[in-house]
Structures are given as structure tokens and as C-alpha cells.
Design a protein around this ligand. Structure first.
Ligand SMILES: COC(=O)c1c[nH]c2ncccc12
Ligand code: NA
Length: 360
């Protein structure tokens, strides 16, 4: 029978490799991972905190259910291996992925202070100087992903920007696998959307679409609320975009069905505005904008911006550049690495450790 594996020697060999800086890959599987706690659920999967016994590494494990043929899951697993090459201080590290039919499991660096949306919902708006460090991390992370790997994130939002106890800010959950993007694209968009106008309209979108999402995200964490919603976050289910419509939000040709729905929402929006101008209370108007109103608003209304004079000038300007509606006129992440707000924030001495330590 096979020689029993001496884990001690395996571990010390791996540690030796680590010291030598030699890349080594853990062959991850369910039986080696002990579940410690739930971390959250969202965009197509659930995330749990796990311990990889053999290496003593605490990890975040994301489990995604892929409703497709096993061949598609195997293709996704192959494409996820690219994550081993995505090495940047602004990108959550990847330890490996494996199949646990019919699920795909992805093990990543555990970020013990969690995501920006959980942080601002618990501790309130994030200080402007910390927002500067967030802009630095996301702009450089997006630039790295695009320049080194031609990867467009596709899902920049506060819940995908994570913080750890060392005050490091990193991005995660980017679209590295084409097959995974296709299989998830048919799920719900959810209630708040960070999608750029061009993406909502099914136009060709680019890395600049991530810049729009960053702008929305910075306003959200700076104000402590999603910038478009006039009510609380989260709308009732029937407002969620049905899967067939959400599917068109992936970069396919514009779907007349969606634009018809958007035009309908625009008409409703105008009617609402007319009635409210006449002072008549809007009977039956839900406080929470429905997802279709939201999509139509993003496409047809001026972009959101920070309230004048309450934030540093260059922060206001940075956000306004991110939220230029015409992608042709919007800057790329790389161009934004040279923006004054990013350059100054990178140099600024911000006590991120103090900020995260204050969070219990
Ligand atoms: C999609 O990846 C994640 O959600 C996470 C990756 N690392 C984490 N650490 C803490 C919480 C969530 C995560
Ligand atoms: Na996520």
C-alpha cells in the first residue's frame, strides 16, 4: 500500500520552499478543511472561514453552485488556475480551487476585518482619508489585473473590497473565468447595482466600467449609504430583475425587451416627478426605487456625486471623473493612478491600523 504521507515532513518541506520563495500549491480538498464560521453569502455563492489543517492556514472558502454539465465545471476549474498567477498586494491571495460536485470551491486569503459594506454598516461612514487608501488599492488592483492579465473585474462594489488586521485593503471576486461569468450571468443582479450606463444598455463595456463601479462604491462608503436609493438598501423581490433580463446585463447585444422595460420605467419616473411637483403625494410610490427604476435612472439621469464642500476637493473631483457617463470620456484605472487624489492618498500617513483596531 502507498507509503503513509508524513505530514510533518511535507509541512516543513513546504515551509522551506516558502522561505526559498518557491511557489508551491496546496492540493486542497474538503476533508482537509475544517469549517470555523460563516462569513457571508452573495453573488452566486456562500463564503465560510475554514482551517486547512495540514498547513495550519485559516482561509476563506467560497462555494459556488454551477447548474451546468460537469464538463463546464471542469473548464471553470481550469480557468480558475489563472488565479495562482494573480499576485498583488491589492488582490486577495488565492490558495486553490477544487470540485466538490456539483459545487466549485475556491480557497482564498482570509481578510479578518471583512468587507467595506459590512464595515460601514456597522461603524458608519468611512473617513475620507481611509477612502483615499481604498481608491489607491482598487485603482492599483484593477490596473494590475488589466495590465498583467487582461482581466476586467466586472463586480467592483463595497462587498468585494476587503480589509485585514494589518490595515491592508484588497479586492476579490473578479471575473477570471469566462465560463464562470457566463454561468453566473443568468442569476439575479440583486437590489443595488454598480453597473455602468454602458453595461446596463448592453453596449460593449471595458475596464472603464469598473471605474464607474468604483465611483459609486466610494460615494457609498463615504456617505454610509447606497447613493441611488432614497430608502433603505434591499428592495422587495418582485423588483429584482428576473433572470432573463439580468442575463442581458452581460455584454451581449442590447435586448429590446430590457429597453422597453427601461422606457416604461422612465415614463413612470417622469410621471412621478410631474405629480410630486404638483404637490400631490405619490400614492403607492414605494419608498425604495425598484431595480428597473434604478437601472433607468443610471442610464438617463445625471451621475451621483458627493455633497459639495463636505469632502476634500480632490476627492470630489476623483469621484466625478469615475462617474463620467460616457465611457469614451471616462478615465482608465491606469490613468487614475496618476490622479492627485490617488497620488496624495498613497503618500499620506493614514493610521489604517488604528482604524481597523477600533473595530472589534
Ligand atoms: C469572494 O471572496 C470572499 O468573499 C473573501 C475572500 N477572503 C475573505 N475574507 C473574509 C471575508 C470574505 C472573504
Ligand atoms: Na463577494
Amino acid at each position: 500500500e502507498a507509503e503513509p504521507v508524513n505530514y510533518h515532513s511535507k509541512l516543513s518541506e513546504q515551509l522551506a520552499n516558502l522561505e526559498l520563495g518557491i511557489e508551491y500549491k496546496l492540493d486542497l480538498k474538503n476533508e482537509d478543511l475544517t469549517t470555523l464560521s460563516e462569513l457571508g453569502a452573495g453573488n452566486g455563492g456562500t463564503v465560510t472561514k475554514v482551517l486547512h489543517e495540514k498547513s495550519g492556514t485559516v482561509m476563506a472558502k467560497k462555494v459556488v453552485f454551477i447548474d451546468a454539465k460537469p464538463t463546464v465545471r471542469k473548464q471553470i476549474l481550469r480557468e480558475l488556475q489563472i488565479l495562482h498567477e494573480c499576485n498583488s498586494k491589492y488582490i486577495v491571495s488565492f490558495y486553490g480551487a477544487y470540485l466538490s460536485e456539483p459545487h466549485i470551491c475556491m480557497c482564498m486569503e482570509f481578510m479578518d476585518k471583512g468587507s467595506l459594506d459590512a464595515i460601514y454598516k456597522k461603524y458608519g461612514p468611512i473617513p475620507p482619508e481611509v477612502c483615499g487608501k481604498i481608491a489607491v488599492a482598487v485603482v492599483h488592483g484593477l490596473t494590475y489585473l488589466y495590465d498583467e492579465h487582461r482581466i476586467i473585474h466586472r463586480d467592483v462594489k463595497p462587498s468585494n473590497i476587503l480589509v485585514n488586521g494589518m490595515g491592508q485593503i484588497k479586492i476579490c471576486d473578479f471575473g477570471v473565468s469566462g465560463e464562470l461569468i457566463n454561468s453566473i450571468a443568468d442569476t439575479f443582479v440583486g437590489t443595488s447595482t454598480y453597473m455602468s450606463p454602458e453595461r446596463i444598455q448592453g453596449d460593449q463595456y471595458s475596464v472603464k466600467s469598473d471605474v464607474w463601479s468604483l465611483g459609486v462604491s466610494v460615494i457609498e462608503v463615504a456617505l454610509g449609504r447606497f447613493p441611488f436609493a432614497d430608502g433603505e438598501g434591499g428592495s422587495d423581490d418582485e423588483d429584482d430583475l428576473p433572470a432573463d433580463l439580468a442575463g442581458t446585463l452581460s455584454p451581449t447585444k442590447p435586448n429590446p425587451h430590457l429597453s422597453a422595460r427601461l422606457d416604461g420605467a422612465a415614463a413612470k419616473d417622469k410621471a412621478k416627478r410631474r405629480k410630486s411637483r404638483s404637490g400631490v403625494s405619490l400614492e403607492g410610490s414605494s419608498a425604495q426605487m425598484s431595480i428597473l427604476d434604478l437601472l433607468q435612472h443610471i442610464v438617463n439621469e445625471p451621475p451621483p456625486k458627493l455633497p459639495e464642500g463636505k469632502f476634500p476637493k480632490e476627492m470630489e473631483e476623483f469621484v466625478n471623473i469615475c462617474l463620467v457617463k460616457d465611457p469614451a470620456k471616462r478615465q482608465t484605472p491606469k490613468e487614475l493612478t496618476r490622479h492627485k487624489y490617488v497620488v496624495d492618498s498613497e503618500a499620506a500617513k493614514v493610521d489604517l491600523l488604528g482604524w481597523v483596531t477600533a473595530m472589534n
